[in-house]
Design a binder for this molecule. Structure first.
Ligand SMILES: [Zn+2]
Length: 279
């Protein structure tokens, strides 16, 4: 088969029903919402993602193949694979997906090139939000986000704690997602989101999304960018993300806790250290 390894991997996952569609990710508690981003009334099952979704159906119609997907949810993708010519269109979609996301989101996500090992404040009217996650052996994941202005003053801090067996990158991406849900509630529309995960920041800055568990979360984060007037993703070395690192270890009252204009007292010394380092 003359296709790229990425397309081959995609086809294998589609035929074995292991593609990380949103319904599958929700079953595994990686995301909370299984709805298709384009069709609010449908869950994104394998059938929906490849055949049922409105966004995809026009592709089938364009190539005069709509009759082939009439089998509804009962149809196995493997059957469809035998109708090979159609699958080629799907490969094309995978190949094109990165350039597509770049075209749409490139204006929002400018790569941040400096990698300081100490925290720097945001310029002018921007708010910097540091995010991080902490995992422990009992399966608890702590996620944190702290927003500060250009003088280092805390605008809000949030902690969420839940049981989940996530790899570190997935937990850090979930923390960024949580961090991006809060600014609008506080009336903030221009933000720099900072994390010590270089992989995640580099992928978000390029809007490079493929098909994996992590990518589903990165896709959700990029989707949230449209709520803002300005978003930049910034990488900082671990030493520069100390505040979020310690905040992620704070146990909230209940599932999630937010402190507006201040932070838990155990984190105050680290905030002070960052503020002093600005001068
Ligand atoms: Zn859909």
């Amino acid at each position: 088969m003359e296709v790229s390894p990425k397309a081959r991997n995609f086809l294998w996952c589609a035929c074995t029903n292991t593609l990380p569609v949103r319904a599958a990710l929700k079953r595994r508690q990686i995301i909370e919402d299984a709805h298709c981003r384009c069709c609010p009334n449908s869950n994104e099952t394998l059938f929906h993602a490849l055949m049922g979704c409105e966004r995809i159906q026009s592709l089938w119609v364009d190539y005069g193949c709509e009759a082939m997907i009439d089998g509804g949810e009962d149809m196995e993708f493997l059957d469809l694979f035998l109708k090979w010519i159609l699958a080629q269109r799907i490969f094309r979609q995978v190949e094109d997906f990165n350039s597509y996301t770049q075209c749409i989101y490139v204006g929002l996500c400018r790569p941040h090139l400096s990698r300081p090992n100490q925290w720097c404040s945001s310029p002018d009217e921007l708010v910097k939000i540091n995010a991080n996650a902490a995992l422990n052996e009992e399966g608890w994941v702590g996620m944190s986000a702290m927003a500060r202005d250009k003088e280092g003053k805390v605008l809000f801090s949030v902690v969420r704690r839940m049981k989940a067996w996530w790899p570190s990158d997935v937990a850090k991406a979930k923390a960024i997602h949580m961090a991006m849900c809060w600014p609008r509630k506080q009336g903030l529309s221009k933000v720099i989101i900072e994390s010590d995960s270089q992989v995640i920041i580099s992928r978000l800055s390029k809007a490079a999304i493929y098909y994996s568990d992590l990518d589903a979360i990165l896709g959700d984060i990029i989707f949230l960018c449209s709520d803002f007037l300005f978003v930049e993703f910034s990488h900082v070395e671990r030493d520069g993300n100390y505040v979020a690192h310690h905040l992620a270890r704070v146990v909230p009252l209940g599932y999630e806790q937010c402190w507006v204009n201040h932070c838990p007292s155990v984190v105050c010394p680290y905030v002070l250290m960052d503020t002093l380092s600005l001068n």
